[in-house]
Design a binder for this molecule. Structure first.
Ligand code: KIV
Length: 266
Protein backbone atom coordinates (compact mmCIF):
# COMPACT_ATOMS: atom_id res chain seq x y z
CA UNK A 1 0.00 0.00 0.00
CA UNK A 2 1.31 3.48 -0.90
CA UNK A 3 1.94 5.20 2.45
CA UNK A 4 1.82 8.67 0.87
CA UNK A 5 -1.68 8.16 -0.55
CA UNK A 6 -4.30 10.14 1.39
CA UNK A 7 -5.74 8.28 4.34
CA UNK A 8 -9.27 6.99 3.96
CA UNK A 9 -11.61 5.62 6.60
CA UNK A 10 -11.20 2.14 5.10
CA UNK A 11 -7.39 2.31 5.19
CA UNK A 12 -7.41 3.49 8.80
CA UNK A 13 -9.79 0.72 9.76
CA UNK A 14 -7.39 -1.80 8.21
CA UNK A 15 -4.55 -0.61 10.51
CA UNK A 16 -6.10 -2.46 13.46
CA UNK A 17 -3.56 -4.88 14.91
CA UNK A 18 -0.84 -3.68 12.52
CA UNK A 19 0.03 -0.08 13.32
CA UNK A 20 -1.06 2.51 15.89
CA UNK A 21 -3.38 5.24 14.61
CA UNK A 22 -2.18 8.71 15.62
CA UNK A 23 -4.69 11.52 15.75
CA UNK A 24 -4.71 15.17 16.82
CA UNK A 25 -7.24 17.94 16.79
CA UNK A 26 -6.83 21.02 14.59
CA UNK A 27 -9.18 23.95 14.18
CA UNK A 28 -7.54 26.20 11.56
CA UNK A 29 -5.61 26.13 8.28
CA UNK A 30 -2.09 26.80 9.64
CA UNK A 31 -2.28 24.22 12.43
CA UNK A 32 -3.88 21.65 10.16
CA UNK A 33 -0.99 22.03 7.73
CA UNK A 34 1.57 21.46 10.52
CA UNK A 35 -0.30 18.41 11.78
CA UNK A 36 -0.67 16.95 8.29
CA UNK A 37 2.98 17.60 7.42
CA UNK A 38 3.94 15.67 10.58
CA UNK A 39 2.29 12.54 9.20
CA UNK A 40 -0.65 12.38 11.60
CA UNK A 41 -3.22 9.88 10.28
CA UNK A 42 -6.46 11.52 11.40
CA UNK A 43 -7.10 15.22 11.98
CA UNK A 44 -10.13 15.74 14.18
CA UNK A 45 -11.91 19.08 13.98
CA UNK A 46 -13.19 18.54 17.49
CA UNK A 47 -16.05 20.44 19.03
CA UNK A 48 -13.45 20.95 21.77
CA UNK A 49 -12.89 24.12 19.74
CA UNK A 50 -15.72 25.48 21.88
CA UNK A 51 -13.23 25.61 24.75
CA UNK A 52 -9.84 25.88 23.03
CA UNK A 53 -10.71 28.48 20.39
CA UNK A 54 -14.05 30.06 21.30
CA UNK A 55 -13.62 30.33 25.09
CA UNK A 56 -16.76 28.47 26.20
CA UNK A 57 -16.86 26.33 29.37
CA UNK A 58 -17.92 23.21 27.51
CA UNK A 59 -18.88 22.03 24.01
CA UNK A 60 -22.64 22.59 24.29
CA UNK A 61 -22.79 26.12 22.76
CA UNK A 62 -20.90 25.06 19.62
CA UNK A 63 -23.03 25.40 16.47
CA UNK A 64 -23.08 23.83 13.02
CA UNK A 65 -21.87 27.14 11.59
CA UNK A 66 -18.89 27.18 13.99
CA UNK A 67 -17.97 23.63 13.02
CA UNK A 68 -18.45 24.14 9.27
CA UNK A 69 -16.32 27.29 9.33
CA UNK A 70 -13.40 25.57 11.10
CA UNK A 71 -13.75 22.28 9.21
CA UNK A 72 -13.45 24.08 5.88
CA UNK A 73 -10.28 25.86 7.08
CA UNK A 74 -8.73 22.60 8.31
CA UNK A 75 -9.63 20.76 5.10
CA UNK A 76 -7.80 23.45 3.08
CA UNK A 77 -4.63 22.73 5.09
CA UNK A 78 -4.65 18.93 4.85
CA UNK A 79 -3.28 16.83 1.98
CA UNK A 80 -2.91 13.34 3.44
CA UNK A 81 -4.68 12.91 6.75
CA UNK A 82 -8.29 11.88 7.14
CA UNK A 83 -10.29 14.97 8.15
CA UNK A 84 -13.04 14.10 10.63
CA UNK A 85 -15.59 16.73 11.63
CA UNK A 86 -17.17 16.49 15.07
CA UNK A 87 -20.93 16.90 14.84
CA UNK A 88 -21.96 19.46 17.49
CA UNK A 89 -24.59 19.09 20.21
CA UNK A 90 -28.11 18.57 18.78
CA UNK A 91 -26.97 18.38 15.16
CA UNK A 92 -27.52 14.58 15.02
CA UNK A 93 -29.72 13.70 18.01
CA UNK A 94 -33.07 15.08 16.82
CA UNK A 95 -33.79 12.69 13.95
CA UNK A 96 -31.96 10.55 11.42
CA UNK A 97 -32.86 12.80 8.44
CA UNK A 98 -31.66 15.85 10.41
CA UNK A 99 -28.38 14.07 11.14
CA UNK A 100 -27.99 13.08 7.48
CA UNK A 101 -28.50 16.65 6.26
CA UNK A 102 -26.03 18.05 8.79
CA UNK A 103 -23.41 15.35 8.17
CA UNK A 104 -23.61 15.96 4.43
CA UNK A 105 -22.81 19.63 5.00
CA UNK A 106 -19.47 18.61 6.54
CA UNK A 107 -18.52 16.50 3.53
CA UNK A 108 -19.46 19.39 1.24
CA UNK A 109 -16.88 21.67 2.97
CA UNK A 110 -14.08 19.10 2.77
CA UNK A 111 -14.41 16.65 5.68
CA UNK A 112 -13.97 12.96 4.85
CA UNK A 113 -15.95 11.62 7.81
CA UNK A 114 -17.92 12.74 10.86
CA UNK A 115 -17.77 11.84 14.55
CA UNK A 116 -20.84 11.45 16.73
CA UNK A 117 -21.06 10.74 20.45
CA UNK A 118 -22.99 7.83 21.96
CA UNK A 119 -23.36 4.07 21.78
CA UNK A 120 -26.27 1.75 21.01
CA UNK A 121 -28.67 4.68 20.93
CA UNK A 122 -26.89 5.98 17.82
CA UNK A 123 -27.13 2.78 15.79
CA UNK A 124 -29.94 3.97 13.43
CA UNK A 125 -28.07 7.22 12.79
CA UNK A 126 -24.72 5.51 12.16
CA UNK A 127 -26.39 3.02 9.79
CA UNK A 128 -28.10 5.77 7.80
CA UNK A 129 -24.93 7.84 7.50
CA UNK A 130 -22.76 4.90 6.45
CA UNK A 131 -25.38 3.62 3.97
CA UNK A 132 -25.38 7.08 2.41
CA UNK A 133 -21.61 7.21 1.98
CA UNK A 134 -20.62 9.12 5.11
CA UNK A 135 -17.95 7.34 7.19
CA UNK A 136 -18.56 7.62 10.94
CA UNK A 137 -16.16 7.68 13.88
CA UNK A 138 -17.91 6.58 17.07
CA UNK A 139 -17.21 8.08 20.51
CA UNK A 140 -18.10 6.47 23.85
CA UNK A 141 -17.04 6.79 27.48
CA UNK A 142 -16.84 10.38 28.63
CA UNK A 143 -18.85 11.97 25.85
CA UNK A 144 -18.48 15.69 26.60
CA UNK A 145 -21.87 16.65 25.10
CA UNK A 146 -23.43 14.72 28.02
CA UNK A 147 -21.53 16.74 30.63
CA UNK A 148 -24.77 17.90 32.27
CA UNK A 149 -26.06 14.33 32.56
CA UNK A 150 -22.71 13.09 33.94
CA UNK A 151 -22.50 16.03 36.38
CA UNK A 152 -19.02 17.01 35.20
CA UNK A 153 -16.11 15.61 33.20
CA UNK A 154 -15.88 12.31 35.08
CA UNK A 155 -14.19 9.01 34.29
CA UNK A 156 -16.77 6.54 32.93
CA UNK A 157 -17.09 2.75 33.06
CA UNK A 158 -15.92 2.34 36.65
CA UNK A 159 -18.66 -0.08 37.77
CA UNK A 160 -19.15 -3.55 36.32
CA UNK A 161 -22.55 -2.57 34.92
CA UNK A 162 -21.19 0.61 33.31
CA UNK A 163 -18.25 -1.32 31.84
CA UNK A 164 -20.62 -3.97 30.39
CA UNK A 165 -22.75 -1.21 28.87
CA UNK A 166 -19.72 0.38 27.19
CA UNK A 167 -18.70 -3.00 25.80
CA UNK A 168 -22.22 -3.43 24.39
CA UNK A 169 -22.09 0.10 22.96
CA UNK A 170 -18.79 -0.58 21.20
CA UNK A 171 -20.11 -3.80 19.66
CA UNK A 172 -23.32 -2.07 18.55
CA UNK A 173 -21.35 0.74 16.89
CA UNK A 174 -19.11 -1.74 15.09
CA UNK A 175 -22.15 -3.65 13.89
CA UNK A 176 -23.74 -0.38 12.68
CA UNK A 177 -20.66 0.36 10.54
CA UNK A 178 -18.33 2.84 12.27
CA UNK A 179 -14.76 2.71 10.98
CA UNK A 180 -13.24 3.34 14.43
CA UNK A 181 -14.32 4.26 17.95
CA UNK A 182 -12.94 6.96 20.27
CA UNK A 183 -12.76 5.75 23.89
CA UNK A 184 -12.59 8.72 26.23
CA UNK A 185 -11.72 8.69 29.94
CA UNK A 186 -12.30 5.08 30.85
CA UNK A 187 -10.07 2.71 32.88
CA UNK A 188 -7.21 1.22 30.81
CA UNK A 189 -8.24 -2.41 31.43
CA UNK A 190 -11.73 -1.72 30.14
CA UNK A 191 -10.24 0.01 27.08
CA UNK A 192 -8.12 -3.11 26.50
CA UNK A 193 -11.19 -5.33 26.82
CA UNK A 194 -13.18 -3.23 24.34
CA UNK A 195 -10.21 -3.09 21.97
CA UNK A 196 -9.98 -6.89 22.01
CA UNK A 197 -13.74 -7.30 21.59
CA UNK A 198 -14.25 -5.22 18.43
CA UNK A 199 -12.89 -5.56 14.91
CA UNK A 200 -12.54 -1.81 14.35
CA UNK A 201 -9.72 0.31 15.81
CA UNK A 202 -10.20 2.04 19.14
CA UNK A 203 -8.65 5.48 19.53
CA UNK A 204 -8.06 6.43 23.14
CA UNK A 205 -7.97 9.70 25.03
CA UNK A 206 -7.60 9.16 28.74
CA UNK A 207 -8.06 5.43 28.08
CA UNK A 208 -4.51 4.09 28.55
CA UNK A 209 -2.08 2.35 26.22
CA UNK A 210 -4.09 -0.69 25.12
CA UNK A 211 -6.12 1.13 22.46
CA UNK A 212 -5.34 0.82 18.75
CA UNK A 213 -4.57 4.53 18.56
CA UNK A 214 -4.44 7.80 20.44
CA UNK A 215 -5.95 11.25 20.04
CA UNK A 216 -5.08 14.47 21.89
CA UNK A 217 -6.28 18.04 21.83
CA UNK A 218 -3.45 19.97 20.15
CA UNK A 219 -3.64 22.84 22.66
CA UNK A 220 -2.79 20.34 25.46
CA UNK A 221 0.14 18.87 23.50
CA UNK A 222 1.63 22.27 22.61
CA UNK A 223 1.07 23.93 26.00
CA UNK A 224 -1.45 26.43 24.63
CA UNK A 225 -4.26 25.48 26.97
CA UNK A 226 -3.33 27.65 29.97
CA UNK A 227 -2.08 26.30 33.29
CA UNK A 228 -4.61 23.48 33.63
CA UNK A 229 -3.68 20.21 31.93
CA UNK A 230 -5.84 17.08 32.01
CA UNK A 231 -4.14 14.10 33.73
CA UNK A 232 -4.24 12.07 30.50
CA UNK A 233 -2.53 14.72 28.36
CA UNK A 234 1.22 15.14 27.86
CA UNK A 235 2.71 18.54 27.11
CA UNK A 236 5.34 18.09 24.38
CA UNK A 237 6.10 21.83 24.09
CA UNK A 238 5.41 25.01 26.03
CA UNK A 239 4.35 27.33 23.22
CA UNK A 240 2.25 29.39 25.64
CA UNK A 241 5.40 30.54 27.48
CA UNK A 242 7.29 31.02 24.19
CA UNK A 243 4.40 33.09 22.77
CA UNK A 244 4.13 35.31 25.86
CA UNK A 245 7.91 35.94 25.72
CA UNK A 246 7.79 36.80 22.00
CA UNK A 247 4.83 39.17 22.47
CA UNK A 248 6.56 40.89 25.41
CA UNK A 249 9.76 41.29 23.33
CA UNK A 250 7.73 42.84 20.51
CA UNK A 251 6.00 45.24 22.91
CA UNK A 252 9.31 46.31 24.47
CA UNK A 253 10.99 46.80 21.09
CA UNK A 254 8.13 48.94 19.77
CA UNK A 255 8.12 51.01 22.95
CA UNK A 256 11.90 51.55 22.84
CA UNK A 257 12.04 52.24 19.08
CA UNK A 258 14.10 49.11 18.29
CA UNK A 259 11.39 47.72 15.98
CA UNK A 260 10.86 48.42 13.13
CA UNK A 261 14.56 48.79 12.23
CA UNK A 262 16.07 49.89 8.90
CA UNK A 263 15.89 46.29 7.60
CA UNK A 264 12.08 46.38 7.96
CA UNK A 265 11.64 49.58 5.94
CA UNK A 266 10.94 49.96 2.18
O1 KIV B 1 -13.79 17.45 20.57
C1 KIV B 1 -12.76 16.78 20.66
O2 KIV B 1 -11.64 17.30 20.55
C2 KIV B 1 -12.91 15.36 20.91
C3 KIV B 1 -11.68 14.59 21.26
C4 KIV B 1 -11.23 14.93 22.60
C5 KIV B 1 -11.87 13.12 21.08
O3 KIV B 1 -13.98 14.85 20.86
Amino acid sequence: MNSTAPWTAARLRALKGREKIVSLTAYDFATARLVDESGIHLVLVGDSLGMTVLGYENTLPVTMLDMLHHTAAVARGVQNALVVADMPFMSYQISVPHALCNAARFLKVGAHAVKIEGGALRVPTVRALVENGIPVLGHIGLTPQSVQEFGGFKVQGRTEAAAEELLRDARALEEAGVFAIVLESIPPDLAGKITAAVGVPTIGIGAGPQCDGQVLVIHDLLGLGGDWKPKFAKRYADLGTAARAAISDYKREVETGKFPGPEHCY
